[in-house]
Ligand binder design. Structure first.
Ligand code: GTQ
Ligand code: FE2
Length: 363
């Protein structure tokens, strides 16, 4: 007995000594990743918030950007829609300029509403129209301007949660007023936009994609041609990736962007993978079942598919195509050989939806 209590005392002393010197026994450690939850933001709610911000929040003070972030409720401190991907809805009001800056996180915009709006990236002005994807690869100067008389609204996507997690976030404001335009407007789109030819003797402004914009007017017919030819996938309808035409690789070094077309009435099979995705509904309505919960979506809604969750998409319309824009972190996972994927084999590859997500009562 005396021996036992001596042992218990010494054991306790061991843990006390460890704790006092920032040591921990592996056998006591609970290792858990971030609690990334499936979630959906309805457009009306987000639009209401960003419109109110338009009334109360000026740029550049108090806001360098007037963006309302879609924050995953499971990881509020990470300021991301997933642990790796930040998204936000940004509003630039008529006549406003969001001043230039640059940063180590990669960024992209998916244009929702507005015309006569542009982002100037490293001396090149890029006009933006609904459905266009505009890139600002890392450390390129970028400023946004709205020369129209209507609000401009778009979805921002950044890899900032990842970059902050790596303690590699560096940010610099542009001190000299506005960016000077040193290249013709839309130059990268005009010279790299076809994807199969590139200009000889042209130096891209920096590492990263030489193409800064992907036009919806080019992407939609491309997907439709693929759909005519039946290039359907099991899990993702007819999907395209926005590729870097300089090297045939992913959209950005850390994030890849896709457009998924769901045929009228289509119901994809379920799978899960280690990458996470943030979806933005470009057109149509339907639902995505995530780990047995149904998330019903309509145009301009955004939703999260967390890593390693079963998910399948349904187009609710029997007559109309649905288009889902998405951002994922496949390039990051591939870089570290972490990409894993599994199909659902039971029940013909379909989950049973046992609940429906209620956007009015989300948590
Ligand atoms: O437009 O440059 O939503 O740097 C977050 C960080 C937008 C931008 C965001 C940014 C921007
Ligand atoms: Fe930025």
């Amino acid at each position: 007995m005396a021996e036992d209590s001596d042992r218990a005392t010494r054991l306790e002393a061991m843990y006390t000594d460890m704790a006092a010197h920032s040591l921990e026994g592996l056998w006591r450690m609970e290792r858990k990743g971030p609690d990334v939850r499936p979630y959906l933001w309805q457009w009306d709610t987000v639009h209401r918030a960003v419109t109110a911000a338009g009334e109360f929040v000026d740029i550049p003070y108090p806001g360098e950007r007037r963006a309302v972030a879609l924050v995953n409720p499971g990881i509020p401190g990470a300021l991301g829609s997933t642990h790796a991907i930040y998204t936000a809805i940004q509003l630039v009001r008529p006549g406003e300029v969001a001043r230039a800056h640059r940063h180590t996180p990669n960024a992209l915009r998916f244009m929702i509403e507005g015309a006569g709006v542009s982002t100037t990236v490293e001396g090149e002005r890029v006009p933006m129209y609904a459905g266009d994807l505009v890139l600002t690869p890392n450390m390129l100067w970028h400023e946004h301007r709205n020369d129209s008389d209507a609000d401009a609204v778009w979805l921002d996507g950044l890899d900032s949660p990842l970059v902050f997690g790596l303690a590699a976030a560096v940010y610099e404001p542009f001190e000299d007023g506005f960016i000077t335009e040193t290249r013709p407007e839309d130059h990268s789109g005009r010279s790299y936009g076809l994807g199969t030819v590139r200009p000889i003797g042209y130096e891209a402004p920096a590492k990263g994609s030489p193409l800064l914009v992907y036009r919806w007017t080019a992407v939609e017919p491309a997907i439709q041609r693929m759909a005519e030819d039946g290039t359907d996938t099991e899990f993702d309808g007819v999907s395209i990736e926005y590729v870097n035409p300089g090297n045939g690789g992913h959209t950005l070094s850390t994030m890849s962007c896709w457009m998924t077309m769901l045929r009228p009435g289509e119901h994809t099979k379920a799978h899960r993978h280690t990458y996470s995705s943030v979806y933005h509904v470009h057109r149509g309505k339907g639902s995505t079942i995530i780990d047995g919960q149904r998330f019903e979506w309509a145009e301009r809604d955004s939703f999260v598919v967390p890593p390693w969750t079963w998910h399948e998409h349904v187009n609710a319309s029997d007559s109309d195509i649905a288009y889902l824009f998405s951002i994922n972190d496949i390039p990051t996972l591939e870089a570290f050989n972490l990409n894993r994927e599994e199909p659902l084999t039971e029940n013909g590859g379909h989950q049973k939806a046992t609940s429906v997500f209620d956007p009015e009562n989300p948590n």
